[in-house]
Structure formats: structure tokens, C-alpha cells
Design a protein around this ligand. Structure first.
Ligand SMILES: O=P(O)(O)O[C@H]1O[C@H](CO)[C@@H](O)[C@H]1O
Ligand code: HPA
Length: 328
């Protein structure tokens, strides 16, 4: 039965009538951070149930999923004809616990294009397993998405980066993976993807080029960079020594998210575009009164909201054109 009603994953075709025909209620069981374990409780069948729950309640059929980073949730507020699902009301969904992450899945139109948008993501430091943090990416896939736009707030480590700049992510360092902690840890269900997915082209080169062109069109080339992101476990910000180490290793921006989402997305063959808003400069010297803080992160997101909305909208338009061309 589920195979029939999930669009996208099997053949890319949306079958609305079948979706609408199944409205059996799913009993909610909302995982909280304190109850999560490292075991992957999100089976293939559970992901299908979650996707069906959403598809039965919206007529939007997105090809593009967007994850809003800290303080970047305003992106979702630009969707028209929106259907919004608080995470608490989605069966089996985790809940957001971090300031600047509203905790809603929003379906709607961004400049006339159907998208689904996580207004708030899940982080490892909240107590969730990495597989739980990135589980919604699989839900996006099963809702019919072929592309993921992941956004995040990040500290600028590259000394040429300024607060408010955009860093298009060209690569990441999966430092948590170095210790064996991966969203793909555990038995592999090949219906999601292969046991050993490649990551050398995790960030789609064509989408990177499109984003660079958009930045030029917007007159932002001096405020836009293309660089390497690292996801640290958090929630403590980094020491000076740690930051110096990451800098030597080629990291340009530092955060606590995105990498596990991208790995999960590539595992199920979503094309990925990601960017960081540089919300603060990383502090790499001892002689300063400054300290990293989440308020600055949120404030920078809010100050740059118009630019970011414009940037993401143009990306969505371009990706939509690619999808249409590919289908012809
Ligand atoms: O990555 P996002 O969710 O944008 O948020 C970033 O901002 C928070 C720290 O201020 C951390 O959660 C970090 O990951
Ligand atoms: O400086 C930072 N470090 C880690 N994560 C972050 N998220 C926003 N800024 C930062």
C-alpha cells in the first residue's frame, strides 16, 4: 500500500488522488530528546507513514525541500498558500528545542513554485541521534523532493569573511564521522540508498555555479564566498585552539548542523545545495573581550532576511527550471 501513495521516491510521479484517498489516522508518538537513542527508530515504513500523513493534509507537491538554519526561519514565512504542520502534530516527529527554530514543516509556494520547508531543524546537541536529526530529509524525499537546499548559521573562520556574508558550501569535513558517528550508522536499508554512498560530489557543482551567478546578479559577489563547512557536536562554541586547528585543516565556516542532513540526502540521491550565513566571526585570539553567543547568530539572520529570501527564491527558480528541463 505505501508504495502506491508515495510520490517521487519510486517513479517521480505525483499521484494525488491516491494520497487523498488514504486518511487513516496515525497515532502520534513524539520523540523527545531525552528518549532518543543512537538506534535508528525511523524505519522505511515509519518514514512512509510520516510522508503520507503530510501529503494527505496538503495539496502541495514539492520537488524542492528547504531546511532553515538558526534565525533563518523567515524564509518559510514567504511561502504563499501555506500548509503548516507543527512538529508536535506530526506523528513520530521530534520537537525543536532551540531558539530561532520555530518547529514547523511548511508546504507552500515560493514565487509560484511548490516547496516544503523545515522551519527549524534538529541538532545532535539537543540529544537526538544523528539519524533522527536528518530523518526529515528522507521524509522530503518521500514527499517527492528531488533537491535539497540546506541553510545554516555559521561562524566565519576564514579571516576574509565578514558578518552577514554568504558562504556557498563546496565541501564539508565530517569530523563526527571520523569518530564513527554517522546518520547512516546501523543496518543499511537499501531501499533508502547504498551502504557506502560516495561524498566527493556531495554539493552539486552545477548548483554551486548557479548560486555564484545569482550572487553576481544580486551585486553580492564581494559578500559571497565558496568554502568548506565543518559540523561540530556543540553546544559549546569552540576554543581558540580548536579554531586554529580547523583553520589549518582548511575549514572556512564552523557550525553544528547540515553535514548529517547532506549525507542522508546524498544517500537517497537528492541533489544538494547548501549555504551558510556567516552570523559571527570566529574568535581566534585570546586578547579580546568578545565571546560567541547565540543572540548574535539570531540577530544577524534577522538583519539579512531580505537578502537571503531573495537569494533562496532565485535558487528555487533556477532549480525548478533544471527540473523542468530534465523532465523534457
Ligand atoms: O546550524 P544552525 O541550525 O543554523 O544553527 C547554528 O547556530 C547555533 C549556534 O548559535 C547552532 O545550532 C549552529 O548549528
Ligand atoms: O561560531 C560558531 N560556531 C559554531 N556554530 C555556530 N553557529 C553559528 N555560529 C557558530
Amino acid at each position: 500500500m505505501p508504495e502506491e501513495i508515495i510520490p517521487g521516491y519510486f517513479n517521480g510521479n505525483v499521484v494525488n488522488s491516491k494520497v487523498a484517498g488514504n486518511s487513516s489516522p496515525i497515532p502520534p508518538r513524539t520523540p523527545s530528546p531525552t528518549t532518543s537513542t543512537s538506534l535508528d527508530i525511523y524505519t522505511y515504513e515509519t518514514i512512509i507513514e510520516i510522508a503520507n500523513f503530510l501529503l494527505q493534509r496538503t495539496s502541495i507537491r514539492p520537488k524542492i525541500g528547504i531546511i532553515c538554519g538558526s534565525g533563518l526561519g523567515h524564509l518559510a514565512e514567504n511561502l504563499t498558500e501555506a500548509d503548516s504542520f507543527p512538529y508536535e502534530e506530526i506523528p513520530n516527529f521530534p520537537v525543536s528545542t532551540v531558539a530561532g527554530h520555530a518547529g514547523r514543516m511548511v508546504f507552500g509556494y515560493l514565487n509560484g513554485i511548490e516547496v516544503m520547508c523545515m522551519q527549524g531543524r534538529f541538532h545532535y546537541y539537543e540529544g537526538y541521534a544523528l539519524s533522527t536529526c536528518s530523518m526529515p530529509v528522507r521524509v522530503m524525499k518521500f514527499c517527492g523532493c528531488t533537491h535539497l537546499i540546506a541553510t545554516n548559521a555559521a561562524g566565519g573562520l576564514n579571516s576574509s569573511y565578514n558578518v552577514g556574508d554568504i558562504m556557498i558550501v563546496k565541501d564539508h569535513i565530517n569530523i563526527m564521522g571520523f569518530a564513527g558517528n554517522s546518520p547512516l550508522q546501523g543496518p543499511n536499508d537499501h531501499r533508502f540508498g547504498p551502504r557506502f554512498p560516495p561524498m566527493n560530489k556531495a554539493y552539486d557543482p552545477e548548483l554551486i555555479e548557479i548560486a555564484q551567478n545569482i550572487s553576481k546578479e544580486m551585486g553580492m559577489e564581494n559578500d559571497t564566498h565558496t568554502g568548506v563547512y565543518i559540523c561540530l557536536g556543540g553546544p559549546s562554541y569552540e576554543t581558540v585552539a580548536e579554531l586554529k586547528m580547523w583553520s589549518i585543516l582548511g575549514v572556512d565556516a564552523v557550525g553544528m548542523s547540515t553535514v548529517h542532513e547532506v549525507i542522508t540526502a546524498r544517500h537517497c540521491d537528492l541533489k544538494v545545495f547548501a549555504f551558510s550565513l556567516i552570523t559571527n566571526k570566529c574568535i581566534t585570539e585570546y586578547e579580546t573581550e568578545e565571546e560567541a553567543n547565540h543572540e548574535e547568530v539570531i540577530t544577524t539572520g534577522s538583519k539579512r532576511q531580505n537578502v537571503l529570501t531573495n537569494f533562496v527564491t532565485r535558487m528555487v527558480e533556477n532549480i525548478n527550471s533544471l527540473i523542468i528541463n530534465d523532465s523534457m
